[in-house]
Design a binder for this molecule. Structure first.
Ligand SMILES: N[C@@H](CCC(=O)N[C@@H](CS)C(=O)NCC(=O)O)C(=O)O
Length: 308
């Protein structure tokens, strides 16, 4: 059906795990489309206009790039139970960037030498040519463990005398955001994480509570061909939340040809026609010969748009 939630992801992706936990908290059914972990992604980039990161969500002919706008859209469509409160986004951004950096460094410091050459080449290209320097990552791993443990101890202190969830009596976006890093660390280096956090028992109990939330969604597999056919058969949705804000500093009117670019990595420009920009999103329309017209949504924070 054209309002099915279609998640383009792969199971080892930590940013996808955030979305999978949210789907569990909401008790939703979703379609799972598995995409490659490196380029090329011939059945993803026609939908996104070149955006290659994972996860991507698709609902009919609307395509959502980046876990932030994916989670915002799920919350908008399925407001109950409420998971997201405005200021949670600040914790989410911190967890995606400042907390994620030590997590990635610890993991690749330990397993970098086992990573296939084509993966290294792909990730160097994605980061604008920055070398994937296994020796440097190995040297940095121990100091980064100190950073990870220091941040984890903030959470431990809160959980020790607080309620079951970070923001109170119900799970919220802050739980999802923090959890992603523990999930990724543990999925790669279970024993190392247990050693690093063995005296932080509240985190272990909380992590198990969050993990259990993911099981409450219903996953149905879908092929990439079916996902493309679904987009081709649908028209982009129109809704109030994508109304253009004339005060947006983007300074361009709807209909302007633009390039949208992430401000961190994976900075391939995505060309399209501006549908709207507002404090929450940038939405562009694009045409693809295999798919027809799609609207592609990006979070406002973390992306820029410039005249094409
Ligand atoms: N800010 C993005 C980051 C997404 C991201 O970095 N995803 C990783 C996988 S978890 C990725 O795309 N890696 C490269 C790839 O899969 O091709 C988001 O929140 O979705």
């Amino acid at each position: 059906m054209s309002d099915d939630l279609i998640l383009h992801h792969y199971f080892t992706s930590p940013f996808s795990e955030k979305v999978r936990i949210l789907l569990g908290i909401k008790g939703l059914s979703w379609r799972s489309v598995i995409q490659p972990t490196i380029m090329p992604k011939p059945d993803l980039t026609p939908l996104t206009g070149g955006y290659r990161r994972i996860p991507v969500m698709q609902i009919g002919a609307d395509v959502f790039c980046d876990s932030a706008v994916i989670m915002a859209e799920i919350e908008r469509r399925y407001p109950l139970p409420r998971v997201i409160h405005g200021a949670d986004w600040a914790v989410n951004l911190w967890a995606d960037r400042l907390f994620f950096q030590p997590t990635v460094g610890i993991i690749f410091g330990a397993i970098g030498h086992t990573v296939p050459a084509e993966f290294i080449k792909d990730r160097e290209a994605m980061s604008g040519g920055r070398p994937f320097d296994v020796a440097a990552m190995k040297a940095a791993a121990e100091p980064l463990k100190g950073q990870f443990r220091g941040m984890a101890s903030w959470l431990e202190r809160q959980l020790a005398d607080g309620p079951a969830w970070i923001a109170g009596d119900a799970p919220g976006l802050t739980d999802i955001a923090w959890y992603m890093n523990f999930w990724f660390f543990r999925s790669a280096l279970k024993a190392d994480m247990a050693t690093l956090l063995e005296d932080l028992p509240h985190i272990t109990a909380w992590r198990e509570r969050v993990a259990a939330l993911g099981a409450a969604s219903t996953r149905l597999d879908m092929s990439t061909a079916e996902a493309i056919a679904t987009a081709r058969a649908a028209e982009p949705a129109t809704a109030d939340h994508i109304v253009h804000d004339a005060k947006d500093p983007i300074g361009l009117p709807p209909g302007a040809a633009v390039h949208v670019v992430a401000d961190d990595y994976g900075r391939d420009p995505i060309a399209g026609v501006l549908v709207s920009a507002n404090a929450e999103r940038i939405v562009i329309a694009r045409d693809d010969p295999r798919i027809g017209t799609v609207n592609v949504h990006f979070p406002r924070v973390g992306f820029t748009a410039t005249p094409a």
